[in-house]
Design a protein around this ligand. Structure first.
Ligand SMILES: Nc1ncnc2c1ncn2[C@@H]1O[C@H](COP(=O)(O)OP(=O)(O)O)[C@@H](O)[C@H]1O
Ligand SMILES: [Mg+2]
Length: 301
């Protein structure tokens, strides 16, 4: 017997209020794909030579728009940059210039005195506490020094945010923890029951990354992920951050003073100096710059 709603296997048009209406997320995804393809067509109309079809239009995911912030004294002044979908922005600059502060603004742990922070096009500056929590759900954070809970096992550390923000059953929580440990190249059966103090510095960082990505965030924020690591382990963590970008398409902001690893993973480098962005561009543009401050900064590391 033929289903009422189909004819020759073609679904009937959706009725207003129909339960079979596709999920909103899917609608949005398709709409943004349509918008992107129209934009590509328009760009081609305007300049047929500029036919970079291979490179899709990327939507802004994180936008800092003219941010100013002061504590006792001004820290950031008219700071703006955009991280588009799948990009890795590495924020470099001397100690105390406000790099960690930028991450706190993106997480909305701080609110700017002036300017706007937007996530997926939504201004987060004026959200209620609950709304801010919801936006924060889109983000995974890897804190400076990994900052694991020392009294909890590796398993408990990674399970913690999963239990906090989902209703997954115990089996699913364990499956999630195993999946994330495997992603960061740690053997679940070896490390799950260990405590952070039993791990090497590099392994602790990897657990920190596994915990940061536990709820499948679209955005990852890292504060000095390679500080205090030897060159070999620095390379491992740098590659891991690149793997999240490549395989999962996450948008990332990485705070680092390690310019070598910054250059390897950055789509764009933001150089913070004297309360503002002194440079924003690709690693190639940065090394090619003849600006004295940039040359000194690069030469001095
Ligand atoms: N909550 C705060 N209250 C007062 N001053 C702060 C606070 N957080 C950071 N600062 C100051 O802001 C400046 C930038 O800090 P931070 O963003 O941690 O720098 P960075 O990460 O680049 O080393 C520093 O001078 C720091 O002392
Ligand atoms: Mg810092």
């Amino acid at each position: 017997m033929i289903d009422d709603e189909t004819k020759d296997g073609v679904p009937a048009p959706l009725q207003e209020g129909s339960k079979r209406r596709p999920k909103r997320r899917y609608d949005d995804a398709r709409r943004s794909e349509e918008v992107a393809s129209v934009r590509r067509a328009i760009r081609y109309e305007l300049d047929p030579e500029d036919d970079d079809d291979a490179e899709p239009v990327r939507e802004p995911v994180i936008e800092l728009d003219n941010i100013s912030l002061a504590f006792d004294e001004p820290i950031l002044k008219e700071v703006s940059f955009v991280a588009r979908e799948g990009e890795t922005i590495v924020v470099v600059g001397e100690s105390g210039t406000g790099k960690s502060t930028i991450l706190k603004l993106i997480l909305r742990l701080l609110v700017p005195d002036q300017g706007r922070v937007s996530i997926d096009g939504e201004d987060i500056s004026h959200l209620s506490f609950e709304e801010a929590l919801k936006v924060r759900q889109k983000m995974g954070m890897v804190f400076q020094g990994a900052a694991l809970f020392d009294s909890m096992t590796v398993f408990e550390n990674i399970a913690y945010p999963v239990r906090e923000h989902t209703n997954l059953g115990e089996d699913e929580v364990e499956a999630r923890v195993r999946e994330k440990l495997e992603f960061v190249d740690l053997e679940p059966d070896k490390v799950m029951q260990q405590f952070p103090s039993e791990l090497s510095g590099g392994m602790r960082k990897r657990v920190g990354v596994a915990r940061g990505m536990a709820n499948n965030p679209e955005i990852m924020l890292y504060d000095e992920p390679t500080s205090g690591l030897d060159p070999l382990t620095t390379g491992t963590i740098t590659r891991l951050i690149m793997k999240l970008q490549r395989e999962l398409g996450v948008t990332s902001v990485v705070v680092s003073h390690d310019i070598r690893s910054a250059f390897r993973m950055a789509t764009k480098v933001a150089l913070l100096s004297e309360r503002h962005i002194a440079f924003f561009g690709t690693p190639e543009e940065m090394t090619g710059s003849d600006n004295t401050y940039i040359r000194d900064f690069l030469g001095g590391t």
